[in-house]
Write a protein that binds this ligand. Structure first.
Ligand code: ZN
Length: 200
């Protein structure tokens, strides 16, 4: 059961993610999860979120959201790595070697093709959302929730109100295209999206 957002840490640490997994899967491969965190933190180390915080805080938040659904360890591991191929030098081969084909495949599934122009990539996300595996759709949904929460909690300094609203609308279109949305996460997304009116 997804705990209420006010009970979820805004910036969970890897220890909080692992503790959350331990509650439902005491014998999980915690070493794999921790290695994914170390890999992601290293890969993203030069990057910051638009709010200014270190980038790894976002994959941690996505992973934490998924622990609340008691998602399997491979999905949690993939969440910690989900932006590495898209936004860093990391490759599918590297992820395969270090984390296995399941994790690498899931990360690839949620990776945009950075060789395409931004507007094309955004349109493709809307078009392709429903074609992805159920786990990839769940990961996407958690990703969008994390992004909307970030915009609400600490708006990117150089984003106008209109730009923030447009992001909300686009995220909503991607989510509307999902064919297998997890119902708890979908409800959480809808609640977060409804805060659009509070953007100032
Ligand atoms: Zn992301």
């Amino acid at each position: 059961m997804l705990s209420a957002p006010e009970q979820q840490p805004i910036s969970p640490t890897i220890d909080e993610v692992i503790a959350a997994v331990e509650l439902y899967h005491p014998k999980a491969d915690f070493d794999l999860i921790r290695r994914a965190y170390v890999f992601g933190a290293e890969a993203h180390k030069e990057q910051r979120r638009l709010s200014g915080v270190p980038y790894i805080s976002h994959p941690l938040a996505v992973a934490y959201i998924l622990t609340q659904l008691k998602m399997d360890v491979m999905t949690i591991t993939s969440a910690l790595l989900h932006d590495t191929i898209e936004d860093t030098e990391a490759t599918r081969e590297e992820l395969e070697q270090q984390f296995g084909t399941d994790v690498a495949g899931l990360v690839v599934e949620v990776t945009d093709d950075k060789s395409l122009p931004k507007e094309t990539r955004k349109a493709l996300q809307v078009q392709n959302a429903g074609k992805k595996s159920a786990r990839a759709q769940t990961l996407k949904l958690a990703d969008k929730i994390s992004n909307l929460r970030s915009i609400l909690a600490s708006p990117p300094v150089d984003w106008s109100l209109q730009r923030r609203r447009q992001y909300f609308e686009w995220a909503n279109q991607v989510v509307a295209g999902l064919t297998k949305p997890n119902s708890l996460l979908k409800a959480e997304f809808d609640k977060t999206y409804a805060m659009l009116g509070q953007l100032r």
